[in-house]
Ligand binder design. Structure first.
Ligand code: AMP
Length: 579
């Protein structure tokens, strides 16, 4: 009998199994099995289906396929499948048995023990049902742990000093937010709140509805009663949504979605990222309300938080990162694959129970932000030398990101793309990696501004491939440059992040400054920078001072003497208080 204990994330949408080997947690399974859909189906031809094949069948035969069984755990209601009745535990057991088989194949030995995760809000009955599902699958459930606790363990928070972390978990079908407290190596959930009916599926549905409307308008065909077409529409919407996390536009495509007068009708609907974000804005705002609710339940202020961990596949959406960062005033941690973090944490817990030593997870990241030079227009004035970030520092590689940029004038036919690495908001204060020009730009209509999509592909070898595409003509120009890469643990990343955030404003005086500072102003700035560097300020004062110094640079850049004088005066007052 094997003493190995595996960690299992039994999710509403997807599930995974992990183990600690040689001190480090790993997800088990071949490339296409690392994360399996939590779907079970029955097909007359193929028999019982679990995971990806079951999800594929859902599109063809939704009536013989069960999704989201986790929502029914602990509920006495049975589920019908393949002409038989099953308890939710039994359906979950199909998924657990599949995960057990994946792990046994990877480790080449039988396995009998597992740690399984559940949402923090699960009742005793739901936890008991999860345990039973494990037993039906032939697994002794050594412990049931909370998902946010697992996420905190994956991020190694149990090794750090007392910390308060917010775990924001937005998956396919559910949303949870928890406040997790670490104290003396013990991780505890202090408050938790969520919405069991909110997740990526809802975003897919909004996008699918939008595309269905366009389809009906174009072809005069209503898909309302065509379940199969709607399921395929949802699948196309999910694929487009995933693209929109990296790219600024995507197309929902399905061949032969329906037919009319014996002629096939194909779906092809283009959607822009902004348009999609507007469609789901109210849903994302609901998640922020939940954060506030948890904060109130725990009687804490946002400023008390030390870390924010992003978990769940849907947190890959850039709008989520931005919104959570804005609300908490912290740069969220998202280095560990968000749909693997819970399983990895379950494996860490399993190793702790088994008395195995555990090292931190290491991830390949971009240690500096990567972006291009752009201009900002403030009250009709053009402010040059701005840094527009495409890939934020500490993003896991490989990664692809794309943004849209507009020319300044309708007749502008050339754009120079200057690629930088660094953290200063002033482009030229960062390290120039390379540049190229895209020419013969054309606007979509006379009088409109030409625009380009700039795409950054950072590969595993640290090469950054940059491509600019004229959005109207499709003409392209590109370059490849070597960027800096690092292998760090989440704890090292958090430390680097903290250090850099206080250094970001301390860049060199921008070389292309429009206003030359006099000696007195320069000395004031030097004093400000020294204060930021010596680490004596608390976070709030440090952020305020940093903002002030950045404002001075911007005013200097734009040649706004009045603003510059006002800000320098503010700096005198601030230094008086702080020193
Ligand atoms: P989880 O339940 O954590 O496995 O998350 C699954 C959800 O994450 C599904 O709704 C996916 O469509 C969604 N998802 C996965 N990758 C991405 C991505 N890159 N952008 C947006 N959503 C994603």
């Amino acid at each position: 009998m094997s003493d190995i204990i595996v960690g299992i994330d039994l999710g509403t949408t997807n599930s995974a199994v992990a183990i600690v080997q040689n001190g480090r947690p790993y997800i088990l399974g071949k490339e296409d099995q690392r994360i399996i859909p939590s779907v079970v189906g029955y097909s007359k031809q193929a028999g019982w289906l679990v995971g990806r094949p079951a999800l594929n069948q859902y599109v063809l035969d939704p009536d013989n396929t069960v999704r989201s069984i986790k929502r029914k755990m602990g509920n006495p209601e049975n589920v019908k499948l393949g002409g038989r009745e099953f308890t939710p535990q039994e359906i979950s057991a199909f998924i657990l048995r599949e995960l057990k088989a994946i792990a046994e194949e990877a480790l080449e030995q039988p396995l009998e023990k597992a740690v399984i995760t559940v949402p923090a809000y699960f009742t005793d009955a739901q936890r008991q049902a999860t345990k039973e599902a494990g037993e039906i699958a032939g697994l002794e459930v050594t412990r049931i742990i909370n998902e946010p606790t697992a996420a905190a363990l994956a991020y190694g928070l149990n090794h750090e000093e007392d910390q308060l972390a917010l775990v924001y978990d937005l998956g396919g079908g559910t949303f949870d937010v928890s406040l997790v407290e670490m104290s003396g190596g013990v991780v505890e959930v202090r408050a938790s709140h969520g919405d069991t009916q909110l997740g990526g599926d809802d975003f897919d549905e909004r996008l699918a509805k939008h595309a269905a409307k366009l389809f009906t308008k174009k072809h005069k065909v209503d898909l309302k009663d065509n379940r199969r077409a709607l399921a395929r529409m949802n699948r196309a919407a999910e694929a487009a949504k995933i693209h929109l996390s990296d790219l600024t536009e995507a197309t929902l495509r399905e061949e032969y979605l329906a037919e009319k007068d014996n002629k096939p009708l194909h779906l092809e609907a283009k959607v822009e990222r902004q348009e999609f974000q507007d469609m789901i804005d109210d849903l994302l705002k609901q998640t922020i309300k939940s954060i506030d609710r948890v904060r109130q339940d725990a009687e804490l202020n946002v400023a008390d938080l030390n870390r924010v961990l992003l978990v769940g596949g849907s947190t890959r959406m850039p709008a989520v990162w931005d919104m959570v960062a804005d609300f908490t005033n912290l740069e969220p941690d998202a280095e560990i694959n968000p749909d693997e973090a819970v399983a990895l944490g379950a494996a860490v817990q399993a190793a702790i129970i088994a008395g195995q030593p555990v090292d931190s997870i290491l991830v390949d990241v971009t240690p500096y932000s990567l972006g291009i030079e752009s201009v900002k227009i403030v009250a009709g004035n053009i402010i040059p030398d701005q840094y527009s970030v495409l890939i934020r520092r500490n993003t896991t590689v490989p990664v692809t990101k794309e943004e849209t940029y507009y020319a300044l004038y309708p007749d502008q036919d050339t754009i120079e793309v200057k690629v930088y690495q660094g953290e200063s908001s002033i482009a030229s204060a960062n390290t120039l990696l390379g540049d190229f020009t895209i020419e013969e730009l054309k606007a979509s209509q006379p009088g409109k501004l030409p625009s380009v999509n700039v795409r950054f592909d950072f590969d595993v070898n640290g090469m950054l491939h940059v491509r600019a595409t004229d959005r109207h003509t499709g003409k392209q120009a590109n370059t490849s440059v070597q960027a800096t890469q690092a292998r760090l643990s989440p704890a090292e990343i958090a430390k680097a992040r903290h250090e850099i955030s206080s250094l970001a404003a301390i860049g060199a005086t921008p070389p292309s400054a429009n206003v030359i500072l006099d000696e007195e102003a320069q000395a004031l700035l030097d004093r400000g920078r020294a204060l930021l560097k010596d680490g004596s300020l608390n976070d709030e004062d440090s952020a305020d001072l940093q903002e002030l110094i950045e404002g001075i640079y911007t005013a200097q850049q734009s040649g706004d003497r009045e603003e510059l004088d006002d800000l320098l005066e503010e700096l005198v007052d601030a230094l008086f208080d702080l020193e």
